[in-house]
Design a binder for this molecule. Structure first.
Ligand code: ADP
Length: 219
């Protein structure tokens, strides 16, 4: 049961790469951005609270995102089966096709877009202690700033994300520099940080990530 954080600035390709890795290595893909967008789309009380914050490009409160992650880890079986088919869940947990599924299977997870502040890192540590999980690795996808801006603008042409406008993109990158970059230093000290070059095309970055993942998964 592995726990891997995929780290990167907006536009680094975390979402795309996390999906590819989840498919290849049988991982649950937890994206706080996606979870929040789902709440907004469903107009839940939480969604209504965070909608404007996200539209401005600000970070949502630490408590909110940590509670979403805690809920996903708690729900275990049902929530995860919604997003996943049972066969993959069985494979990921090493449960045979005829063996009963435990109430709360513990699959490997890739975290995308979380943690995004040092406070969230500390809260995650506490959460892991409670859930008897441990952090295996933090993989940072490094992309130069100019390339990030270029990519988000390209994505904005085809996406209907309401936070992909010029001004909001700039603000999201500012938020990243001020609040999220310090997360790298936090994990650097623990020796669990691996950085890979993400400036190339999707398959190129994916190959690099897969090499790192093979090593992590085999440990
Ligand atoms: P990107 O990394 O491309 O900006 P995400 O989908 O990861 O996109 O996040 C979109 C928005 O959701 C963020 O700008 C922020 O408002 C909110 N969000 C997502 N994850 C977090 C988090 N861990 N902490 C605070 N806010 C978050």
């Amino acid at each position: 049961m592995k726990n891997i954080i995929l780290f990167g600035a907006p536009g680094a390709g975390k979402g795309t790469q996390a999906s590819l890795l989840a498919e290849k290595f049988d991982l649950i893909h937890l994206s706080t951005g996606e979870m929040l967008r789902r709440e907004v789309a469903l107009e839940t009380p939480l969604g209504l609270r965070v909608r404007n914050i996200m539209n401005r490009g600000d970070l949502v409160g630490d408590d909110v995102v940590v509670s979403l992650i805690a809920k996903a880890l708690d729900h275990g079986r049902n929530e995860m089966l919604d997003e996943w088919d049972e066969l993959r869940l069985r494979r990921a947990c090493g449960i045979g096709p005829d063996d009963p599924l435990p109430e709360k299977p513990q699959p490997s997870i890739i975290y995308d877009g979380f943690p995004r502040t040092v406070q969230q890192c500390q809260m995650l540590e506490f959460l892991f202690q409670k859930k008897q999980r441990r952090l295996d690795a933090v993989i940072s996808i490094d992309v130069p700033q100019e390339e990030l801006v270029h990519r988000i603008h390209e994505r904005a042409l085809s996406s209907n994300r309401s936070d992909d406008t010029e001004e909001v993109i700039r603000h999201r990158l500012e938020e990243y520099e001020a609040k999220t970059r310090p997360v790298l230093d936090y994990y650097k000290v623990s020796g669990r940080l691996v950085s890979i070059d993400g400036s190339g095309e999707i398959p190129e970055t994916n190959t690099r990530l897969c090499q790192v993942m093979e090593y992590i998964m085999a440990r």
